[in-house]
Design a protein around this ligand. Structure first.
Ligand code: ZN
Length: 173
């Protein structure tokens, strides 16, 4: 077991577009997923994308809100995911991110989406999801595109969040 270091706002890996995983055996995927799961639970997060742990790959894990079970069992893994909206309907809700500790923002997302991806064994999966489940997937998918939730906020709100984060980093240093 290894708790991985999580990249924070300002780290270049977070704004880089990630690479598709061509061969699942080429990287030690199961170990990465295991370590990412431990790291996400340790940080009390609900999602974690590979670039957040300095791995520029198109993969993320999240706690599936549609599975009510032990927290270790409800972790879903999406590899090389694609998403499409199922309607134009959008909704606002608060989001946080392990790369922006202590910060939150109101973000507008599509309410219903369909995702398709590979699972950890390389099997094709796809599903229609809505609400919080659709929101988590859109948030994590954005990480693969080098995008953070603050990119949806107004410049003023973004500046405030950056200011708070700098203060927090100074306090911890
Ligand atoms: Zn995030």
């Amino acid at each position: 077991m290894a708790i991985l270091k999580i990249a924070k706002l300002g780290h270049p890996v977070l704004i880089k577009k990630t690479n598709e995983i061509i061969n699942l055996d080429e990287i030690n995927l199961k170990k990465i997923v295991f370590d990412m799961s431990e790291s996400m639970l340790d940080a009390n997060g609900i999602g974690l994308a590979a670039p957040q742990v300095h791995l520029s790959y198109r993969m993320f894990i999240y706690r599936n809100p549609d599975i009510e079970d032990d927290e270790k069992v409800n972790i879903s893994v999406l590899i090389n995911p694609k998403i499409e909206k199922l309607s134009d309907e959008m909704e606002d809700d608060w989001e946080g991110c392990l790369s922006l500790p202590g910060m939150s923002g109101l973000v507008r997302r599509y309410k219903r989406i369909k995702y398709s991806a590979l699972d950890i064994n390389g099997n094709k999966i796809s599903k229609e999801v809505e609400g919080i489940h659709a929101r988590i997937i859109q948030h994590e998918f954005d990480h693969l595109e080098g995008k953070l939730f603050v990119d949806y906020l107004t410049p003023l709100k973004r500046q405030r969040i950056r200011g708070k984060l700098v203060k927090e980093q100074k306090r911890r240093a």
